[in-house]
Structure formats: C-alpha cells, structure tokens
Design a protein around this ligand. Structure first.
Ligand code: PLP
Length: 379
C-alpha cells in the first residue's frame, strides 16, 4: 500500500502526523519549562536537560522542516540573521567566502562589516553569472559560497545545481538562503546544496508574529557540529512560544505559498502592461532575465515577491506607496497581509536597489482587491 503520510503537503499539515502520546491531543502541547528532571543516577534518560540546547517544542518544528527540505537535521535560531551568522561563524578567520551582490541587505552589511573585521575574506559576485562565480572561487581557500534565490529585492535567480558543482570542485560548501522560495517551490539540498537557511519570520511562520531563523543540513558532519556549538554556546536560541507558533504556521505553508505565487504572477503580468510602470521584476515573467532558470529550478510557482519600478522616478514611487490602502506600508514579507516598501530608503548607502523601486509582498487577500488598489494608486 502506498504511504499515505509522506507527501510534503501531508507532513506539513499535520506536523509529521504526531499525536501527543500523553494526552492524545491533535494539536501539540507547548513546553515552556527551561529545565528537566535529572535521573537518580545523574543521567537524563528522557533526553532533555535544559532548554537552551533542547526543548520538545523546538523539535517538532525542526523535524518538520528537516522532512520538507529532505535534510538530515534542522536547528532553530532566534532570527534569520542569527541562523545566517552561525553558518559564517562556524568557519575560521582567514577563510574566503563568495557571496551575492544582490542579497538581504542586513546580511550584506554584517558580512562587509563585522565578519570582515572578524577575519573572513568576503568576496561579493553576481551569482546569477556562473562564469563570475567560477572566477571568484579560490580552490582550497574558498570555504563557503552563499546564494540567495530569488534574491531580495531584485529577485535574481541563481543556478543552485551548477554552483554546487563549482563550489564542491573548489572544496567549498554551498549554503542557500531559500527564504523566498520556501521548500514548497525549491529544495536546495536536492540540487546539491550543503545547507539551506530560512528567515522563518517570513513564509515558514507566515503570520508576521514570530522572528525566527533556521538552518537545515544535508549531513551531520564536523561543520554542522560547529554550527551547533555557535547556537548552543552562543545562545541565540528561539523560545518555546515562537517555536510553537512556527510549527502552527508550517501547517498552512503549502496552500499559502501556492496562493501567494498565483496572485503574484497575475499581478506581475497586469503591472507589466500598465503605462505608469517602467519595469516589473518577477521570476515568473517571460521577460525576466532568470525566467528559464526559474522554470527549471522552481516547482509549482515563482513565489509571492515582486518589485516594480515606477516610470516617473523615486518621488512618484513614494506617492504611489502613500496612496495604497489595501497594501500596507511596512517592511518584511511572507505574511498573510500584502505589504509595500520603498527599499532604497531602508537599505541606505551602498544598496544596489534603484531609487524608483517598490517591493511588493503578496498576501492572501482577493487578488482583485490588490489589483484595484494598485490601479487607483498608480493613477
Ligand atoms: N534573508 C532574507 C531573504 C530576508 O528577507 C531576511 C529578512 O528580511 C533575512 C534573511 C533576515 O531574517 P530575520 O529578519 O528573521 O533576521
């Protein structure tokens, strides 16, 4: 008989089909306890000692994500930034790392500021250009290649499988920030990546009420052991309440992301034809430079994020954002509510983002309402 519980939609909806053994509860309990009873012989026969390294509520969200990503193990962190930092701090000072020119701006700032002072040699390249990635790799010295695909907020797409081969050929690991693709649309480990990272603050939780981050590894090796040390001894752990909300959010991940992807594509196509718009950046559009790669690499949709460039420039783009009503002016992405943001004014100096760009995070509202609001604001 075919396995009726192993499809990712089913695993996510039921967070691994686990019913609470003690009570039969369908919805899992939340364990706020920071400390756990020790056995009379000083052991921890029930496996848990203290809530910084372990908590049963962490385990449910982590194991569900491990299954969805097809990995060996997952760690939950206090934020997406804490998860990303751990992947770099598990390297050694002097190591060379290749990172994208287009990436989440706060991580770029941390890499070029803190991580560089700490001793990493950070080399930004256009990771959508395979020849540029190949040229940047220093065999034996490059220890990590970081990708973000699609990359916030220009949504450029990088070839995970091809870059995994290049990175491994040079003796480096590949880590992919898959926050925007989610395991619904792309599974980087199945394409050869060694680690996948998420800002779980976004789609994984999906309700704009948790800050969290995750790393999922393809294998339990020395590098993973170092990452566990960064988390366990560095202490940037998620709390049980956040972990509980995260497993609750994961239950609806598939329908949310599919709905958001369908609405984003419909809006991108309409916006492309609007006379007030200079350019629409969305991997699902045939006109988008990374479209063919996105078709190969993303299954079942192109994600809920797009950006628009307003024809009359920065001031006009700010006026459009001001006139929107259904779309809320706020940072972040991946929640059930649609958000609009003028990115350049958030990212500041050194940002590659054009000043006339508005980033749109498509939520779960009726797409007709979202479109009507855009049409009214664009004039
Ligand atoms: N990666 C991406 C693509 C993001 O958009 C963000 C936040 O916006 C992060 C990482 C950082 O995540 P967090 O805000 O949870 O620290």
């Amino acid at each position: 008989m075919a396995d009726r519980t192993s499809r990712p939609e089913t695993l996510a909806a039921q967070t691994l089909a686990k019913v609470d053994a003690a009570t039969g509860a369908i919805i899992p309990p939340l364990h706020p306890s920071t400390t756990y009873e020790r056995d009379v012989d000083l052991g921890y026969g029930r496996g848990i000692c203290y809530s910084r390294p372990d908590n049963p509520t962490y385990a449910l969200a982590a194991d569900t994500l491990t299954a969805l990503e097809g990995g060996a193990a997952t760690l939950l962190f206090a934020s997406g930034m804490a998860a990303a930092n751990a992947a770099f701090l598990a390297l050694d000072p002097g190591d060379h790392v290749v990172v994208p020119t287009v990436m989440y701006w706060a991580l770029r700032a941390w890499l070029l500021g803190f991580a560089t002072r700490w001793g990493l040699v950070v080399e930004p390249v256009d990771t959508a250009d395979l020849a540029a990635v190949e040229a940047a790799l220093k065999p034996g010295r490059t220890k990590l290649v970081w990708l973000e695909s699609p990359a916030n907020p220009l949504w450029s797409v990088s070839d995970i499988a091809a870059i995994a081969t290049l990175a491994h050929g040079a003796g480096a690991r590949l880590v992919v920030d898959s926050t925007v693709a989610t395991p619904v649309l792309t599974r980087p480990l199945s394409l050869g990546a060694d680690l996948v990272m998420h800002s779980a603050t976004k789609y994984l939780n999906g309700h704009s009420d948790v800050v969290a981050g995750t790393l999922t590894t393809a294998r339990d090796d020395d590098y993973w052991a170092r990452i566990k040390t960064v988390l366990g001894q560095g202490g940037g752990v998620i709390g049980p309440f956040e972990a509980w909300l995260l497993q609750r959010g994961l239950r609806t991940l598939f329908p949310r992301v599919r709905w958001q992807s369908a609405s984003a594509l419909a809006l991108a196509e309409k916006l492309e034809a609007h006379p007030a718009i200079a350019e629409v950046l969305y991997p699902g559009l045939r006109s988008f430079p990374g479209h063919d790669l996105a078709r190969r690499q993303m299954q079942g949709g192109f994600g809920g994020m797009l950006s628009i460039r307003v024809k009359d420039g920065e001031d006009a783009s700010i006026r459009v954002a001001a006139k929107l009503n259904v779309w809320k002016r706020a940072t972040s992405l991946g929640g059930v509510e649609s958000l609009v943001e003028h990115r350049a004014s958030i990212e500041g100096a050194g940002s590659p983002v054009p000043r006339d760009l508005l980033r749109l995070s498509v939520g779960l509202e009726a797409v007709e309402d979202l479109w009507a609001d855009l049409v009214a604001a664009l004039g």
